[in-house]
Design a protein around this ligand. Structure first.
Ligand SMILES: [Ca+2]
Length: 304
């Protein structure tokens, strides 16, 4: 164990993760480090607790990683800060008393971030082998949150062990709002025979003044004729138009900004509804739109 400046380690114990039993070790100070000897180690998972003194006050630390007694060991180390949008590489090392065996690797994280890793590692000579886990956090992951990564290794005979690492998320992106939709035109001449009639609308999709911009707009629900084009005069605006049979009076579109915030907007031949996910900077329907809706409602009422 490495020393810290003026700190003095007085007690090191292995504490059962599930339970209260602990095993104290014999601490022996060596040059710049401490050697701790344990006569036995707990069965199952345990953590390492260190007590000592620093500047005449008492301190206590506990390992964030739990261990299990096993012939297989796994260790990992990486930067403690993870930046979303940048692949985050966690090198790890597996060693075993057995040689010439395939070690199965399993990797999970509590945030559901995408990860890549070797599913099998071969220990041939030297009793150890290395691998890397690459974690990819979406660009719109908030700063200040953290992620817990678990890397587990298992031998063909069922001997297994794991290492747990926690990383803080640091993000310079501040756009957490989905794009919003604004109705710009609506025509709905739907009679009682919906088969012979069409409805049509146009809308503007924007990501707000502080947004990262609209990346893509797609049809999520509906089988009408859908187009989405970036305004040639203003790249911050995507113009959408949609026409469909009056027998299919509603549709949904999905708009994604440049950091992956997803908004859903719903439109129908009589009104416009935006979902909560795109309401962050949403605009209320304009008076003109309300007036138009009233005419449509009146129109459909008269037709009944
Ligand atoms: Ca945005």
């Amino acid at each position: 164990m490495e020393t810290f400046d003026s700190a003095k380690v007085t007690e090191v114990a292995l504490v059962e993760a599930q339970g209260t039993n602990s095993v104290s070790g014999t601490v022996k100070a060596q040059e710049g480090s401490y050697m701790v000897h344990f006569s036995t180690i707990p069965a199952g998972q345990f953590v390492v607790r260190v007590k000592g003194t620093k500047d005449s006050s008492v301190f206590q630390r506990q390992s964030s990683t739990s261990f299990t007694s096993s012939n297989l060991t796994i260790s990992a180390s990486a930067d403690s800060l993870l930046t979303p949008g940048t692949p985050f590489v966690v090198p790890f090392s597996v060693s075993s008393a057995e040689v010439g065996v395939n070690i199965t690797i399993r990797v999970t994280n509590n945030r559901g971030f995408a990860s890549t890793f070797p599913s099998v590692l071969m220990i041939d000579s030297g009793n150890s082998t290395n691998g890397t886990v690459t974690l990819s956090a979406p660009l719109n992951t908030r700063s200040g949150s953290d992620v817990t990564l678990t890397i587990e290794a298992e031998t063909p005979t069922g001997d297994d062990n794991f290492v747990v690492q926690r990383f803080a998320v640091f993000n310079t992106v501040t756009d957490f709002s989905a794009p919003v939709c604004e109705l710009t035109g609506l025509q709905s001449n739907c009679s009682t025979d919906c088969n012979s009639d069409q409805w049509w609308f146009s809308a503007r999709v924007t990501d707000g003044a502080d947004g990262t911009g609209v990346n893509r707009v797609s049809l999520k629900q509906g089988d009408g004729n859908f187009t989405a084009t970036k305004d040639p005069n203003n790249p911050n605006i995507t113009t959408v138009s949609y026409s469909a049979s009056c027998c299919a009076p509603s549709m949904q579109l999905q708009a994604v900004d440049n950091v992956g915030n997803v908004g859903t907007c719903s439109f129908s031949n009589s009104s416009v509804v935006t979902s909560p996910s795109s309401l962050a900077t949403g605009t209320a329907p304009s008076t003109g739109l309300l007036f138009l809706n009233m005419i449509i409602l009146l129109f459909s009422y008269l037709l009944k």
